[in-house]
Design a protein around this ligand. Structure first.
Ligand code: LMR
Length: 403
């Protein structure tokens, strides 16, 4: 007899599974467009020079030790992250109505936020974007949400945001539903609402008394400018909306495996902070008790030092510029080949991803025949492209679309 007999085998986590298939592939032509991580022109991961510099300074600082951090995180990090998101001169910060909770990257921030909403505040209905990041549903389900619904986001025929249907869906949401929105560089589509569309979304959230939960995993990475990427969040705040915002520093600092994130919380009345912080301390205590220090120290140091911060701005510009170049290169290669279909959406989209519009069958063909690895919904990570493989990928897509 074993306690473990009969455990059903769960389906693999697609993004990591596809990445592993790529790693195991022996063809010299193989191209990895799966996992959302930055790659250089040489196809290599990139440790940002400013991160290396901050790490050198941290390693040399003998005043630092390995004692526990406070349950809610390193204060300098939480303040720096919240300031980056809202802008240090934001009214909510000036009035002491905004706080940060250090969490394990974007996922941990989502999970802590969702668990708080469900267990402490009794909110049980969440609305997720259709389509959305592959982990959102699991996080909200495991955190205790009983009803998880989708709002329309995508118009596949026009490869654009379906704003009319999105608004109509949100208008049907029961009061106190939690609406999860992608702050910038929507994953997987790569297409964000315009400012006017964001204004309409804020209005329906306000009218229907819905709770806003932004997920922003690409601040600065999307446009190269952290302030303009945070525009929707700052706009919602100006409209008097309270919110949770899950911030990740995986992409914009390249700190993927350090799991450094922040849950920014903005209250209309700062007297709520005492209750929130005490209850959130228990939620965190039951999960990881105290967060890890290294990544948080790096981010706090870089954002807190004008020279280092300037270097970080240069690094995010380097990354977002390379992504833009690869978008243009893929589109122009496809157009030069006369590949059936329209490809202008590739350069209209921003951030790491493009929703190509390829069907699951076409994706399967691309993987099997051409060794171009991507997700079954047709999402590609633009960073996997470089000047050496973009023509190969365009030809592979061309052959696939025609066959
Ligand atoms: C992605 O979307 O590829 C990344 O955010 C990695 C992940 O955890 O899914």
């Amino acid at each position: 007899m074993s306690f473990f007999t009969g455990i059903p085998v769960a389906p693999p986590i697609e993004v990591f599974h596809m990445n592993k298939l790529f790693m195991d592939e022996t063809s010299p032509d193989k191209v990895n467009l799966t996992i959302g991580a930055y790659r250089t022109e040489e196809g290599k991961p990139w440790v940002l020079p400013v991160v290396r510099e901050a790490e050198r300074q941290i390693a040399a600082d003998e005043t630092l030790n390995h004692e526990y951090l406070p349950v809610l995180g390193l204060d300098a990090f939480c303040k720096a992250a919240t300031g980056l998101l809202l802008g240090n001169d934001n009214k909510a910060i000036q009035e002491g109505r905004a706080i940060g909770v250090q969490c394990l990257s974007g996922t941990g921030s989502l999970r802590m936020g969702a668990e708080f909403l469900s267990r402490v505040m009794g909110l049980k209905t969440a609305y997720l974007s259709n389509p959305t990041w592959g982990n959102h549903k699991l996080v909200f389900k495991v955190a205790g949400f009983e009803t998880i619904k989708e709002y329309t986001y995508w118009d596949p025929a026009n490869r654009a945001v379906n704003i009319e249907q999105m608004i109509a869906d949100l208008q049907q949401a029961p009061e106190k539903s939690v609406v999860v929105l992608h702050g910038c560089a929507h994953n997987p589509t790569g297409m964000d609402p315009t400012h006017d569309e964001w204004k309409r979304i804020a209005q329906v959230i306000k009218d229907r008394h819905l709770f806003t939960f932004f997920d922003i995993a690409y601040q600065g990475f999307a446009s190269g400018d952290p302030d303009s990427d945070a525009w929707p969040i700052r706009y919602f705040l100006d409209q008097g909306l309270e919110m949770f915002v899950a911030q990740s520093f995986a992409k914009n600092f390249g700190l993927y495996n350090e799991r450094v994130g922040n849950l920014t919380v903005v209250f209309n009345d700062k007297s709520a902070i005492a209750g929130f912080s005490s209850q959130m301390s228990l939620v965190v205590r039951a999960n990881w008790s105290n967060p890890p220090a290294h990544g948080a120290r790096v981010v706090a140091k870089v954002l807190g030092d004008p020279e280092l911060r300037k270097s970080w701005h240069e690094a995010i510009k380097t990354m977002s510029d390379r992504i833009k170049q690869m978008r243009a290169a893929l589109r122009s290669n496809l157009e030069a080949l006369g590949t059936p279909g329209k490809w202008d959406h590739i350069t209209k989209m921003i951030g790491l991803f493009s929703y190509t519009g390829l069907t699951p069958e076409q994706v399967d063909h691309l993987v099997k025949k051409h060794k171009v690895f991507l997700l079954s919904d047709g999402r590609i990570n633009i960073c996997g492209l470089n000047t050496k493989n973009v023509e190969y990928v365009a030809k592979a897509i061309d052959e696939t679309v025609r066959s």
